[in-house]
Design a protein around this ligand. Structure first.
Ligand code: SF4
Ligand code: SF4
Length: 409
């Protein structure tokens, strides 16, 4: 199949809408270092690499088909260390709950959590609980999100610049409207920390279990928290990678800063976090993010770019330009060449996160040395932290066989 298989629906924002939103969020954008061009256009989901792999002949190959088949063990496993049948088996088991939930809507062309928001079983309650204090309500929602299993929680206002201008119908990969219920005002953004030992084995099929585990956890958490809110009488749309770009929302909710490796780097877990979100009209007080000093460290560090096998990450300054259709243009930022990155994943038959593993912020933060690094790296002593890191050298990859040996005790 090659695009277009239909005309994209005209549901995206107009230039006037973008001007209004750029104006509305000018102060918070400036505080967070977000620069959005006047001619910015929201991203269309058909252009993300995973979606393109199904319709774009420039991307589709035996490698990409093998990548997807490997999640069902419909291919011959590589015998290399970290790529044996057991490694793929654990990765696929970690994904199982997310897979079951995301395939509920297959017949309607909705891959929930990825190409459509998660469906709900609970209607919005007829009677609405009164919320007198949005600050107290926000604090309570954050505690409940943690009760359900989230590691980080922040709240921000809805900002449609980051919503897909159209989503895709997975039956034929045509574009369809990406609508939310009327009146949605806030987004609850949650962070889900990945297992550090599994992350230490990137690149490997085994390491992919750290990704799958958090998708499975977050699917359950967004369903549970959105069900709670719907029972209070308010709209709540549970969302994972679907509906909107989660990275700007995580930054706007104060959970971390955007790094050269294209990930949100958090003070608590570095880049070792996945994010989910809930769109709601529950009255909530949004967070006001503080500068964290992480982006300034990225300005003097290029470790992730050096370690990336296909050289997909940039060494230079953040830029507005987009170099292929899968890159979001019109926002000043570091951008990976997603085509090179996904091409490498397809060859491996699993996800790669070497750029997460080697990042100096990928630490446990349970010892004074890690905390001292963070203190130095995010303040005026960042060059000292960089020199310390250079002396420490690239962290060694944990061999998958050693991970399995530790498991056996
Ligand atoms: S490796 Fe260095 S440049 Fe890359 S994201 Fe981490 S701190 Fe930033
Ligand atoms: S995930 Fe791997 S291939 Fe992609 S940018 Fe990071 S290191 Fe490079």
């Amino acid at each position: 199949m090659s695009w277009p298989s239909n005309q994209p629906p005209q549901t995206g924002l107009s230039a006037d809408d973008i001007a209004r939103l750029n104006d509305k969020f000018a102060k918070s954008d400036a505080a967070l270092g977000i620069e959005v061009a006047a001619d910015f256009t929201p991203f269309e989901q058909r252009n993300d690499m995973f979606t393109r792999a199904f319709w774009d002949d420039d991307v589709r190959s035996d490698d990409t088909l093998g990548f997807f088949k490997s999640y069902r063990m419909k291919f011959a496993t590589r015998r290399g260390e970290g790529f044996a049948q057991k490694d793929f088996a654990l990765r696929n088991a970690a994904w199982a709950v997310s897979d079951i939930i995301s395939s509920r809507g297959d017949a309607e062309g909705k891959r929930e959590g990825f190409q459509a928001a998660l469906d709900y079983d609970t209607p919005v309650a007829r009677d609405q609980v009164t919320v007198d204090d949005p600050g107290a309500e926000a604090a309570e929602i954050k505690r409940l999100a943690k009760l359900f299993g989230a590691d980080l929680v922040g709240i921000t206002e809805v900002d449609e610049r980051w919503h897909y201008s159209a989503r895709v119908d997975t039956r034929d990969f045509s574009s369809v409207p990406n609508d939310l219920p009327e009146g949605i005002s806030h987004v609850i953004v949650m962070g889900h920390a990945m297992d550090p030992d599994l992350v230490d084995t990137y690149p490997s099929a085994l390491a992919g279990a750290s990704t799958g585990l958090e998708y499975s956890h977050e699917a359950a958490i967004v369903i549970q928290l959105s069900t709670y809110i719907r029972n209070l009488g308010y709209e709540a749309v549970a969302s994972m990678n679907d509906t909107a770009l989660v990275i700007p929302y995580a930054v706007k909710a104060g959970l971390g800063e955007y790094g050269r490796n294209q990930m949100v780097i958090t003070p608590e877990f570095g880049p070792r976090v996945r994010f989910s979100k809930i769109f709601t009209n529950l009255p909530l007080k949004p967070d006001v993010p503080e500068p964290l000093g992480i982006k300034q460290y990225c300005e003097i560090c290029t470790r992730c770019a050096e370690a990336c096998p296909p050289r997909a990450l940039p060494f230079g300054e953040p830029e507005m330009a987009s170099h292929n259709r899968s890159m979001l243009g019109g926002v000043k930022k570091w951008s990976a060449d997603c085509e090179k990155c996904f091409g490498y994943w397809a060859k491996l038959k699993t996800d790669c996160a070497i750029c997460m593993r080697v990042c100096p912020f990928n630490r446990r933060y349970d010892g004074w040395g890690d905390r001292l690094f963070r203190k130095l790296a995010t303040g005026p002593w960042r060059k000292l932290a960089l020199a310390w890191e250079e002396r420490r050298g690239l962290p060694e990859r944990l061999k998958a066989k050693d991970w399995w040996a530790r498991l056996r005790g």
